[in-house]
Write a protein that binds this ligand. Structure first.
Ligand code: NI
Length: 200
């Protein structure tokens, strides 16, 4: 065996060793959204009329979804997915769920009053909080999370749709972005991802 062959066999041995002892992680080393400009200060109100801010949630991991309760299709499906992901964590790792809060923030404060967002969130999970506020306060939150939301033209009866982006964001206890999940991600996969980042 010459030097070249030795080096090659050593490299193979190291490669195999690493492969046997530690299978490649399905998770990246860093959170996918590390350093992204998503999140920031906001000041909204919950169903009890209490002010909830980015700072008042400090210390809690959060799942954050922006939508509106009159949404005919997308929002209920997405919020159900967020609730199921949360329930999955709560069942499997209840101690983690204690430090995790699912949050629904309306992009349609004119119709989504404190009572309406509260009832909507509670229908999916008793632990989910629904937040609304003035147009300005909601706009601040929407802009902080880089959410896209545009009110559609009202019908004759006044009903209107809201076109909006639809991501579930995982935020860390400092309100920094960790990851986002689109509608292609099933609740079990979201739960596994949450558990990974909460424990790494
Ligand atoms: Ni929607």
């Amino acid at each position: 065996m010459n030097t070249k062959q030795l080096a090659l066999s050593a490299a193979i041995a190291i490669g195999l060793g690493a492969c046997n002892s530690e299978p490649a992680s399905q998770f990246p080393a860093e959170p996918p959204l590390a350093g992204a400009s998503i999140g920031g200060p906001f000041s909204l109100v919950n169903s009890k009329g209490e002010t909830v801010t980015n700072d008042s949630l400090k210390g809690d991991w959060r799942l954050v979804y922006f939508g509106y309760t009159f949404c005919p299709d997308v929002c209920p499906v997405d919020v159900e997915r967020m609730a199921r992901a949360y329930a999955n964590v709560k069942t499997g790792q209840p101690e983690l769920a204690e430090d995790l809060t699912p949050v629904f923030i309306t992009v349609d404060p004119a119709r989504d009053t404190e009572e309406v967002v509260g009832e909507f969130a509670a229908a999916f999970s008793p632990d989910m909080i629904g937040l609304t506020g003035s147009d300005e306060a909601v706009a601040e939150a929407v802009n902080a999370y880089r959410v896209y939301a545009t009110l559609g033209e009202p019908r004759d009866d006044g009903f209107y749709l809201v076109d909006h982006s639809a991501y579930i964001y995982l935020m860390d206890p400092d309100g920094q972005p960790v990851n986002s999940y689109d509608r292609a991600t099933p609740p079990e996969a979201i739960a596994a991802d949450i558990e990974h980042w909460m424990t790494s």
